[in-house]
Design a protein around this ligand. Structure first.
Ligand code: ADP
Length: 254
């Protein structure tokens, strides 16, 4: 039962490509490395990337006596994953569904997956505020331990879209855990100097204006990009980098 999960975190972004799935998977992996039992639910029906990011693309879910059994990343079953990607016969299959079919799929994801005892459930969502979000919000707004993490990049256009996500959360009654600014500058691997390729600090200023906690910044780091597809946690693979420190601090705040 989702009511029994210690904390549910919805990862939202206004735009695609800002690193929402990277944040969802790295947060789930960090929690696993820190000894928690974690579920990662990918409700991006049209672009499920979690199976790819965790190197689980060849896996499929099956129906057990208590519901759908998630795909586990590890033998100890500390990180379970559910995604529509596991139900498609090929990675290239396209989900072309209208709203009601999407709604019913999301409801099944929320009600019919047998997660067993979870400390944390991370929900990776599609960009924007679509049918998928409305269904999740309707089902979870009465669950007090559910809140949202908003991911943005520093560009003004992405920040403007996060403003809309804040309004959406307020309208639907989901509390906001905080904002993460991803791709916030590029750290040179040679000299460690940080260059703000776009701009920086937009996520922090928005958090101040909207009175929402700022959770931290993640620089553009090609090594983080390379962890995608391997299912490896930055905290284990790159222990002293800014990204792993940010996720470690985030886990401490949960
Ligand atoms: P979204 O879920 O918002 O569409 P993704 O998490 O799929 O975005 O990220 C888009 C791409 O950017 C991926 O290839 C990912 O590996 C890369 N990426 C995300 N964050 C970083 C980062 N901080 N440094 C380098 N590459 C990143």
């Amino acid at each position: 039962m989702l009511e029994d999960v210690k904390q549910i975190l919805l990862v939202l972004s206004g735009k695609g490509g800002v690193g929402k799935s990277t944040v969802s998977t790295q947060l789930a992996l960090t929690l696993k490395v820190r000894g928690y039992k974690v579920g990662l639910l990918d409700i991006d029906l049209c672009g499920p990337s979690v199976p790819y990011l965790l190197n689980l693309e060849s896996q499929s879910v099956h129906q057990g006596p208590d519901g759908w059994v998630p795909v586990y990343l590890d033998n100890e079953q500390r990180l379970g994953v559910m995604s529509i990607g596991f139900l498609l016969s090929s990675r290239n299959d396209a989900v072309v569904w209208r709203g009601p079919k999407k709604t019913s799929m999301i409801k099944q994801f929320l009600e019919d997956v047998y997660w067993q005892d979870l400390d944390y459930l991370i929900i990776d969502t599609p960009p924007g505020t679509s049918d998928e979000h409305i269904t999740v919000m309707e089902n979870l707004r009465h669950v007090p331990q559910c809140s949202a993490i908003l991911v943005t990049t520093p560009q003004a256009v992405a920040i403007e879209d996060v403003r809309k996500e804040i309004t959406f959360c307020k309208k639907t009654g989901i509390s906001i855990f905080g904002i993460i600014e991803n791709m916030s500058g590029y750290v040179c691997p040679e000299c460690s100097e940080c260059t703000n390729i776009f701009s920086s600090g937009g996520g922090k200023s928005l958090s101040e204006i909207a009175r929402v906690p700022f959770l931290g910044s993640i620089p553009i780091d090609p090594r983080v990009g390379m962890l995608a597809g391997q299912g490896k946690a930055a905290v284990s693979e790159l222990p002293n980098c800014t990204t792993s420190k940010m996720f470690d601090e985030l886990v401490r705040k949960l």
